[in-house]
Design a protein. Sequence first.
Length: 382
Amino acid sequence: MQAIDTASARADDRRMLAESVADFARRATDVARVRKWRGTEPGFDRGLWREMAGMGWTGLLVPERCGGMALGFAEMAEVSRGLAKTLTPEPLLTCAVLAARTLVHCQNDALGAELLAGIAKGETIAAVAWQERAGDLGRHGSATRVEIAGGQLTLSGSKRFVMGAADADGYIVSASGGTGGALVWVPAQAAGLSLVLEPLADGRFTGQLTFDGVRLPEQNLLAPGEVAQSALDRAVDEATAMASAELLGVMSQALEMTLDYLRTRVQFNRAIGGFQALQHRAVDLYIQEQLSSVVLNDAIAALDERPTEPATSAAVSRAKARCSDAASLITRQAIQMHGAIGFTEDSDVGLYVKRALILSAWLGNSAYHRRRFLRLAPADAE
């Protein structure tokens, strides 16, 4: 009975959190604001980021000892999904999930706690730099090198596709060295570090970093060897699940916009939503949305309850593959069902297509995650 009461209380908390996110989105952000920031560096409003921190959202997954709320992925998914409905461009996923969870899983308690506290307060924006070429998800070593000598780290190499790089205060960088792999904290103003921003289809930016003999104190080593790889692998899995939550928010809003259009657009003296062919298509899209929600909930529950099991990684891949395909289908169909206006730049539905395109590809597309699911899933998995 106590377990049931606890689960019910947590569900109530999540509902209140979702309502809080929806209220915030209505008050503080909308698609018009997203249009304003598209293609304009850094692509988001740091003032609004601090407001989000004030709501506690940047510290949801940060331990209490570091000033966070130490909640679970079910709660973060509510925030991610709610903000995705308005295409909020602030780096919640890249900083408050991927970077924060990488720090949580590292062993550098002193520096890690300081950085996590900054993220929770909205004072620090961190990004993870681990990819070096297209299709590289960082699980096969790094060409970026770190040398440790005389109490100093020297970093040389480059990273690409650094999401959240714009206006970041520093980067968690993967590198290889004498002790194997490593994760290193590199402040954005470090001598020898250069950043080139590259525009994305949805108006945000990714970054290309070059490390030309960057020298740092040895204390900036966040994690060595197997600990570094494990920390990165776990954080990428967790961020993948939250990217799936954002995809669910994007597809849900695109479907809602489309259904509203079908109810109001009139042809031949009747709303086009009354035509059976469009009704069937709308039902098919709704089914895809609901299936995505179910598999995402399974993945989130696994992350909260069994975070280190291979079956949990399989559930995450299942969710990412399903949500990526469903978001692509729903947003593209949304354009078609809007008719000619859906193809115009003035139509907001096109913005959802572009965000779905970026989220679907980031951290592995649906084909990659289907292959990964087959490799990791238990033999009796459906």
